[in-house]
Design a protein around this ligand. Sequence first.
Ligand code: GDP
Ligand code: ZN
Length: 458
Amino acid sequence: MDTDTIAAISTPVGEAGIAVIRVSGPDAVRIADQIYQGKSSLSEADTHTVHYGHIIDPDSGEQIDEVLVTVMRAPRTFTREDVVEISCHGGMVPVQNVLEALFSSGARSAEPGEFTKRAFLNGRIDLSQAEAVIDLIRSRTDRAARVAMHQAKGRLSQLVRRLRQDILETLAHLAVNVDYPEYDAEELTAQTILERSRHIKEEIEQLLQTARQGKIYREGIATAIIGRPNVGKSSLLNALAHENKAIVTDVPGTTRDVIEEYVNVRGIPLRLVDTAGIRETEDLVEKIGVERSRQALDEADLVLLLLNYAEPLSEEDRKLLQVVRNLTAIVVVNKTDLEPQLDLQEVKESLQDIPLITTSIKREEGLDRLEEAIADLFMEGRAPSADATYVSNTRHISLLKQARQQVEEAIDGIQSGVPLDMVEIDLKNAWQTLGGIIGDTVGEDLIDQIFSQFCLGK
Ligand code: GDP
Ligand code: ZN
């Protein structure tokens, strides 16, 4: 366990009005006091009190900045260690100077995520809560933030703890039979264990069902925009983004790089990929176009296929229509402000269940309907409930799947009459696996890896 004292800026770096520097560790108060000048010393301060004063350069004795200092003593702090927070003026220079002063008085620069890591190691939060803090920092929409907030408050942990408790009780039931076989209750026990295991599997199943939406909130819907050159892919991307980040051009084939952009469509984060670059020139399309776009499409959660209303359906359009038929896709017929050349009926017939939207991006028509179609596809028409628990972290999802597998093995075992102590092993494994979600059963390497994803000062 680290017992040194760490410090870092904990507000976003930049020209903010106020910056907060956080110091945590056994010497936090003493170190801060060394560079602080105010009415009274911080060492005598009560816990959870705020003090006005100045930070003094320990070498020159000059005043660095005017500050408010909050003293919070363990254990009622974020890290469960002594914590001092110094609010200073926001520019880079005062912040750097205050940090330097802290470092020369014995604090060490915190690593990314180190405050949260200490909170975890000191038992203040569990691992899934710590991971939720990462999600909160990275969340791109309000809803993503709310999902993360719920997890940070421990909703997922609660559910996982209950599941583990269920498994423990089942194991206790089993142990009675394994330890006292003379009771000859094997038959009865097997039946009870089977029922309980099925119930546990169902609960895991339910959590996993929230994963699809959870992943959507967390990572966004990977969205590929495809279609022939000049059909309006970049324009659509821009229209959805409401700002000009992708390059729009009149010359076919000039959008070379794959550009990624996040947009918020009715609370759903779309990660838009302008796939134009891989398939802009006719030659390319002939040689590798459909193959390559298929590859790109494999990774997409949603495909928007654009067709040009002002041109007849081409051979390539038909190929693309064929390709998207088996994907989650929306066909967008664009440029409806121009003279129609496209046979809409032919398009409709080849679509089956895929929604068709007509737009004139130039006139800003049809975008509403497109956004609605997207929301329908991913939210099944209903707004997500604010307090539902969504499993959204890929590590959690894979642990849940593993636990489900282990419970299934237990169920199969009981049904095919294997000895109950074999079943016991499967259930113990599932209990262990679920423990990985809240960090009860994870190794140090994984903990380091998870906390290194944080940004500095958290
Ligand atoms: P991309 O090659 O598929 O990315 O197509 P762009 O987005 O670069 O658009 C090609 C050209 O079509 C540009 O000149 C756009 O201004 C124009 N364009 C895009 N949408 C529309 C539309 O709805 N109507 C008309 N008339 N022109 C459009
Ligand atoms: Zn383009």
